[in-house]
Design a protein around this ligand. Structure first.
Ligand code: FES
Length: 106
């Protein structure tokens, strides 16, 4: 089972301003949303653009390139031109640390 990796401190990530971390060459965006934290791969499944930098609305991030919407909590692609979900990662809070588990290879 993959290790948990500390990516931020509690209070460091504000709603609307995700933190981007590089875990083994994969960019992962950590969001603070509705009092919880969520981690999704920072890649749009339409054409590989970065999702961060896109507008955040109602729990969704809008790809800044062609406007596909993704659910931040589930990674689901909600509107064309993206049809496949982006990868999500487990997140936990341990004390003052926000941790992500890169479980893609488990
Ligand atoms: S790269 Fe995101 S909608 Fe095209």
């Amino acid at each position: 089972m993959a290790d948990w990796i500390t990516v931020a401190s509690v209070g460091e990530i504000t709603p609307g301003a995700p933190k981007i971390v590089d875990i083994d060459g994969t960019l992962i965006a950590i969001f603070h949303l509705d009092g919880d934290y969520y981690a999704i791969e920072d890649v749009c499944t339409h054409d590989g653009g970065l999702l961060t930098g896109g507008k955040i609305e109602c729990g969704e991030i809008i790809c800044p390139r062609h406007g596909a919407r993704f659910c931040i909590k589930t990674g689901t692609a909600l509107t064309p031109p993206a049809y496949e979900a982006t990868t999500i990662f487990p997140v936990r809070v341990q004390g003052n640390e926000i941790q992500v588990q890169d479980n893609r290879w488990d």
